[in-house]
Write a protein of this length. Structure first.
Length: 86
């Protein structure tokens, strides 16, 4: 005997499958958002690393320039001392 009445168990299973499909879609959307965030963070970190390398280079140049000026100043000081000592 076959009835046309809806089977509550089949409806429940169908409802659960719809919920799972919706949950799966939300998970995919969140995964995509996380992937985009990771890409942006990676880009930011790479840019920060590049900026830090440039800062380190500029700091070394500045350090070398200061050392050169120190050498010149000491040389001038010694010269002045020699001239004043004569």
């Amino acid at each position: 005997m076959q009835t046309d009445a809806p089977n509550p168990r089949l409806e429940e299973i169908d409802n659960l499958l719809r919920q799972l499909a919706l949950a799966d879609e939300r998970i995919r959307e969140r995964h995509e958002a996380l992937a985009e965030t990771v890409q942006m963070l990676t880009s930011d970190v790479q840019q920060d690393a590049e900026n830090i390398r440039a800062l380190a280079r500029n700091s070394q140049i500045l350090h070398d320039s200061i050392k050169a000026l120190e050498t010149i100043a000491l040389s001038h000081e010694q010269r002045i001392d020699r001239i004043e000592g004569q």
